[in-house]
Design a protein around this ligand. Structure first.
Ligand code: HEM
Length: 453
């Protein structure tokens, strides 16, 4: 995309196959304009995407028009009531963090060199937080069913790429050649066990839910609404069991590996930049004293915030957002975008835009602070997107990454493994970008102090 932009400018159109216009959008200005143009708020469809959701356009991510508006509004409102972005979920997060800290401590102590393998270690905690809001249950880290589930999500998100997933392949071709998505590297069959697991939990809710009681979680509020809508709107309602399964599947897919990769990248960068790690720790000690950081401390932890922002900018967890689709003919940077075009909007290009950052290639948290040490926001910094399609989980994601990172850095010192090369910063790239598995030496700080004494 960057190459296209160097030759043709920030907005480049081309055809994928004989009829599908694709538009590549690069650079801060074009990216911001595209994200804020409501005519570009559609999403692509196609047999591969439909095969994730029972052959119908369902869920939250790959729907548009009235279904998207109704389902997004409902989900946003109730997830907010159930704790998204609120301190009410903070206790739950702190329980997960305590659990994670204890696991990391045990692993570090059980090993004479204190080496800990960070592969998938954060996903369990992040999914538990998400699942508490959606389905009200907590998993044990070593639950084999849960491990299998994580594995499936992992493999799906690591498979294929955005362009392939959006190829406008007709449904009959996929029926004739079921292996077609697989040949393109897209493993849609991995969704079957995830859907089965979600459906079993919905059925459990249907039997244990008492009408009139306060809703326990997202599933309860959704089932209430489904019944209401069936009474008032009958078969025209957009609320259904399949839609609920698809929405939860989308929340899982969008919310689990993004936040856990966000946390993983920060730990990885801290191994590469020990001085920055120590500066965060000094700030945390100064502001939080002996206690673990909380959301109430956040506004005073500007340096920590700036480091999180800089890792987010450099690592680019969702490099191309989710593809958008033109709902009607419209304009972008003076060009006509024909109805039906699919747009790949490079958030990543804005994070690396020299006009916006000066020295984008350098890792420099201070760029997010003003002369008084207060956090400033650059227009090119849109890791969650912008406009009506902005990430639905932004408040939860930001709180999760902050609390985990701050608590971990307060509790442990992360170092590279002696006599081994530093773990690579080069990400695994698929639809999402995630850190390659890495190991680190983890020194619990109490142990550290004992050593010094
Ligand atoms: C560090 C963590 C995260 C990042 C960087 C991130 C980023 C993004 C981005 C860039 C988009 C696409 C915006 C667009 O297409 O214009 C998106 C969409 C979305 N995100 Fe996130 N996200 C994160 C965490 C989460 C979490 C925790 C959830 C929910 C549990 C979530 C739910 C969603 C959903 C449902 C959409 C689709 C919204 C729509 O199409 O209307 N995300 N996210």
């Amino acid at each position: 995309m960057q190459k296209l932009a160097r030759t043709y400018g920030p907005v480049t159109g081309f055809y994928l196959g004989p009829t599908q216009p694709m538009i590549s959008v690069v650079g801060t200005e074009a990216v911001r304009e595209a994200l804020q143009n409501n005519d570009l708020n559609g999403r692509p469809s196609g047999a591969i995407l439909l095969s994730r959701t029972f052959g119908e356009r369902l869920g939250l991510i790959f729907v548009d028009g009235d279904v998207w508006q109704e389902q997004r509004r409902f989900t946003l409102r109730h997830l907010r009531d159930l704790g998204f972005g609120k301190t009410s979920i903070e206790d739950q997060m702190m329980d997960e963090i305590a659990d994670l800290i204890s696991e990391i401590s045990t692993t570090a102590k059980s090993n004479p060199d204190h080496v800990v393998d960070f592969k998938s270690i954060f996903s369990v905690s992040v999914i538990n937080i998400l699942w508490a809001i959606i389905g009200g249950k907590r998993f044990q880290r070593d639950d084999p069913k849960f491990k299998k589930l994580l594995d499936n999500i992992d493999q799906f998100l690591g498979s294929g790429n955005v362009a392939q997933a959006n190829l406008p392949i007709p449904a009959f071709l996929v029926r004739l050649f079921p292996s077609l998505p697989g040949r393109l590297g897209i493993k849609t069959q991995l969704f079957v066990p995830i859907q089965k697991f979600i459906e079993e939990t919905i059925d459990e809710h249907l039997t244990t839910r008492s009408k009139g009681d306060v809703a326990r979680d997202y599933m309860d509020v959704y089932l209430d609404e489904m019944e209401e809508q069936l009474k008032t709107n009958g078969s025209t309602s957009t609320f259904s069991k399949k839609q609920l399964i698809s929405s939860i599947q989308d929340l899982f897919a969008a919310g689990s590996h993004t936040s856990s990769s966000g946390i993983g990248f920060v730990v990885l960068y801290m191994i590469h930049y020990p001085t920055i790690q120590q500066k965060i720790r000094d700030e945390l000690d100064d502001i939080c004293g002996d206690s673990l950081p909380s959301l109430a401390h956040r506004s005073r932890l500007s340096y920590t915030e700036a480091v999180l922002m800089e890792v987010t900018r450099t690592a680019s967890v969702v490099p191309l957002a989710v593809p958008h689709r033109a709902m009607k003919n419209t304009q972008l940077q003076g060009f006509t975008i024909p109805k039906g075009s699919i747009l790949a909007i490079s958030l990543h290009s804005a994070f690396k835009d020299p006009t916006a950052w000066g020295d984008p290639e350098n890792f420099r948290p201070e760029r997010h602070l003003d002369q008084n040490g207060k956090v400033i926001k650059n227009d090119a910094f849109t890791p969650f997107g912008l406009g009506k399609r902005i990430c639905l989980g932004e408040p939860l994601a930001r709180n999760t990454v902050f609390l985990f990172v701050a608590s971990l850095v307060k509790t442990f010192e992360f170092q590279s493994v002696p006599n081994e090369a530093l773990p690579t910063l080069e990400p695994n790239s698929g639809i999402l970008s995630s850190p390659k598995p890495f190991k680190a030496v983890v020194i619990p700080r109490v142990l550290n102090q004992r050593k010094e004494n």
